[in-house]
Ligand binder design. Structure first.
Ligand code: TYM
Length: 330
């Protein structure tokens, strides 16, 4: 069975629709027929200022949401990154393999550090992609289901794996990014040329899984639309409508062509009403299930501890062969 690994940061109280459509929906599909490892990457979340009580709460909320969205702890290994110390250990080796210039070219660091400037950013934000490479390579993953914004990090991971293998002998599987064409980048519904994002988006532009149905209904009905009045997919001329068509289609399963036909002669108002209904009804049982799971913290912790134990048993084997090939005395 081919291996799949992916990760998500516990940096907010709720995941958003971009996280789900760009990544987690594929995680759920891939757990059938693959050996799947899904990681809540709490160490990556430390690259920005964190509040200890919030980190804990959001790590548990992440687990509850992932399960409510369809990740089955029986089918997949669901675990917390910090509970598997091999991530830090291999992360260091990845840092020692990466050129400073190579790391400086990572666009996510440039974007995230641009607000306050590189000088006041954390070193951990700079070395973030090397820890991510370790996350992936420890599990010998064949596929990494992510959104478009992670493509460059997966390419770096492949480069590092190839470099290590050619210098020290075959050690790592070269992973492939698994990125859907249709939902690789869901945009902010108030600013439809920018990515929907946990950190940078204004609240009104981000559809959150844990938001109340009423709040999401209101947000979608106030989504920004474009000039003209036809419901037509055209990213350049109609970014707002195109984004809403993508969201509707991904959740309802109806093709964009057929949605365009259904809304011929109808206005943006009718269309937004329909998108709101699809989103709200899709998310309603998921939010309810996540809230229910959060009531039993012990059960969630048991699932995560079991997942982390399984993850450690796989990760320790890879780390051992890495050390051996490097000449580290074992
Ligand atoms: P994170 O936590 O920012 O996002 C989790 C996943 O959601 C995807 N995503 C989106 N997809 C489509 N449209 C959007 N607007 C959107 N916003 C987010 C992301 O691409 C991601 O797949 N570096 C990673 C976490 C990570 C990781 C890993 C991923 C750490 N180690 C190992 C894969 C493998 C991140 O910050 O994701």
């Amino acid at each position: 069975m081919k291996r799949v690994l992916s990760g998500i940061q516990p940096t907010s109280d709720s995941f958003h629709l971009g996280n789900y459509l760009g990544a987690v929906k594929q995680w759920v599909e891939l757990q059938d027929g693959h050996d799947a490892f899904y990681c809540i990457v709490d160490l990556h979340a430390l690259t920005i200022e964190t509040d200890p009580a919030l980190l804990r709460k959001r790590t548990l909320a992440s687990a509850a949401q992932l399960i409510a969205l369809g990740i089955s702890p029986e089918k997949s290994t669901l675990f917390v990154q910090s509970q598997v110390p091999q991530h830090n250990q291999l992360g260091w080796i990845m840092e020692c393999l990466t050129g400073f210039g190579e790391a400086s070219r990572m666009t996510q660091f440039k974007d995230k550090s641009s607000k306050s400037g590189a000088d006041s950013s954390r070193v951990g934000l700079f070395t973030y992609p090397m820890l991510q490479a370790a996350d992936i390579l420890l599990y010998q993953a064949h596929f990494v289901p992510v959104g478009e914004d992670q493509r460059q990090h997966i390419e770096l991971t492949r480069d590092l794996a190839g470099r290590f293998n050619s210098r020290y002998g075959q050690t790592f599987q070269l992973p492939e990014a698994y990125i859907l064409k249709t939902a690789a980048k869901i945009n902010d519904i108030q600013e439809p040329t920018a990515k929907m994002s946990k950190s940078s988006g204004a609240v009104a532009g981000v559809i959150e899984i844990m938001d109340s149905p009423e709040a999401n209904l209101k947000k979608i009905k106030s989504a920004v639309t474009d000039a003209g009045k036809e419901v037509r997919f055209n990213l350049a001329e109609k970014p707002g409508i195109s984004n809403l068509l993508t969201i509707h289609s991904a959740l309802s399963g109806q093709s964009i062509d057929s949605l365009e036909k259904d809304f011929e002669g109808k206005g943006y108002g009718d269309f937004k009403g329909a998108v709101a209904e699809v989103v709200v009804e899709y998310l309603r049982p998921i939010r309810a299930r996540a809230l229910e799971l959060l009531e039993d913290e012990k059960h969630l912790l048991d699932i995560l501890h079991q997942g982390s134990e399984k993850a450690r048993s796989v990760a320790s084997k890879t780390l051992e062969s890495t050390y051996k090939n490097l000449g580290v005395v074992l």
